[in-house]
Design a protein around this ligand. Structure first.
Ligand code: PLP
Length: 393
């Protein structure tokens, strides 16, 4: 048989979904594992969303193709969400409703990056960005952050070449939990303006922030024409499986590009769920805002617990400012790289994510998702403590 596409030789399967499939299989086969590797909230579907689903299900229809970027009323609903939840003012035509934020990231990268173009990734980074840049023929240029996982502006400036087209920024960050300050983002926009670069700002964790001010790219003057913001409902409403995401930009050429690619890929996003978003925006805005905040509060309790427990076990880290990940160093005395440590812990009943999945320089790190119940976290900490102590002696 002839070889399959060369693209398959260039890109890799997401290590995160690959590793998760392995953990799930082990659990199905009866292994007692606490899965702190997954990047998804563990909460029930919010009541306001369940009620919206019921209301939409009772009406007939919604079974035909929709306009590629979404029903006009869905795009209007997103305007309302942005105004009421994030205080950002957009027009309906600025939005494209997508199958999860992941599709919005893919379409945005495809709209900007082509053969020979470079995109800057701020590391540690979510691995999908890298694979998508390669998929569209581009090259990733990785810029490491400072020790506290905040941006190193000088390094960022040095990474720019004549081929650079975009900077991808993710705040709150997966995996580091860093929330970039307004000043950092202003610097980034200044650099983008000076070098005529686009900015893809992935803000999927923007409602999960702990005690620091959150700044969206939408708040930064001068970013309007060169930025795309990615967001959705997977993480804030705990509905990862529903695939509710979107891209928003004030640059209509970008939106046209995204629509052009999407029209040939998925055509449109699930019509039924588009209507659910409308239902919530029309009738349940306050309720969903309340429920999202309740989930954030629960994440904060878990963050406090996991951060202090792991610090007591000598896992050095900066306390997360947002998202639901603890990004920590593997204690040196264990003398293990990230994959070895995670394999070791998997045998001891806790699934963690190796730091190497988030960039070459991070083999000394692990990512712990605290999107798991407090009782799971208690048990996981016990198992980590026991495993680490057994290794030391
Ligand atoms: N962006 C980041 C930084 C993520 O961590 C994830 C999921 O883990 C996504 C985007 C994708 O979100 P969705 O599930 O809505 O596709």
């Amino acid at each position: 048989m002839r070889a399959l596409s060369k693209t398959l030789e260039i890109i890799e399967e997401s290590p995160l979904t690959g590793f998760d499939a392995k953990v799930k299989k082990m659990k199905q086969e009866g292994a007692d594992i606490i899965a702190l590797n997954v990047g998804q909230p563990d909460f029930e579907v919010p009541k306001s969303m369940r009620l919206a689903i019921k209301a939409v299900a009772e009406g007939a229809g919604n079974n035909f193709y929709t306009p590629v970027p979404g029903f006009p009323e869905t795009r209007n609903a997103l305007v309302k969400f942005h105004e009421q939840m994030y205080g950002a003012v957009y027009q309906a035509g600025d939005f494209v409703f997508t199958s999860g934020a992941k599709e919005a990231v893919a379409l945005s990268i495809g709209t900007i990056i082509g053969s020979g173009d470079e995109a800057i990734l701020i590391a540690p980074y979510w691995s999908t960005y890298k694979e998508l840049i390669k998929f569209f023929g581009g090259k990733q240029v990785v810029v490491d952050t400072k020790k506290n996982s905040h941006m190193d502006i000088e390094k960022l400036k040095k990474a720019i070449t004549n081929h650079t087209k975009a900077i991808i920024v993710n705040s709150p960050n997966n995996p580091s939990g860093a929330v970039y300050s307004k000043e950092e983002l202003e610097m980034l926009v200044m650099i983008a303006n000076e070098n005529d670069l686009y900015i893809i700002s992935d803000e999927i964790y923007n409602t999960i922030v702990f005690g620091v001010d959150y700044t969206s790219m939408a708040d930064i003057k001068g970013s309007e024409e060169r930025s795309i913001i990615i967001n959705g409902f997977s993480k804030n409403a705990s509905v990862t499986g529903y695939r509710l995401g979107y891209a928003v930009s004030k640059n209509q050429n970008i939106i046209k590009g995204i629509i052009k690619i999407k029209s040939n890929f998925s055509g449109n996003t699930n019509s039924f769920f588009q209507k659910i978003i409308c239902e919530i925006a029309d009738n349940r805005m306050d309720a969903i805002k309340y429920e999202i905040e309740e989930m954030r509060k629960e994440f904060e309790l878990r963050k406090n617990y996991i951060s202090s427990s792991l610090a007591a076990l000598d896992f050095e880290h900066t306390a997360p400012e947002g998202s639901f990940y603890l990004w920590c160093k593997i204690p040196r005395n264990l003398k293990m790289n990230s994959k070895d440590f995670c394999s070791f812990m998997l045998k001891k009943g806790v699934a963690l994510t190796p730091g190497i999945f988030f960039g070459k320089s991070y083999d000394g790190y692990i990512r712990i998702s605290f999107a798991s119940s407090m009782s799971n976290l208690h048990e996981a900490v016990k198992r980590i403590e026991k495993a680490v102590n057994s290794k030391e002696t």
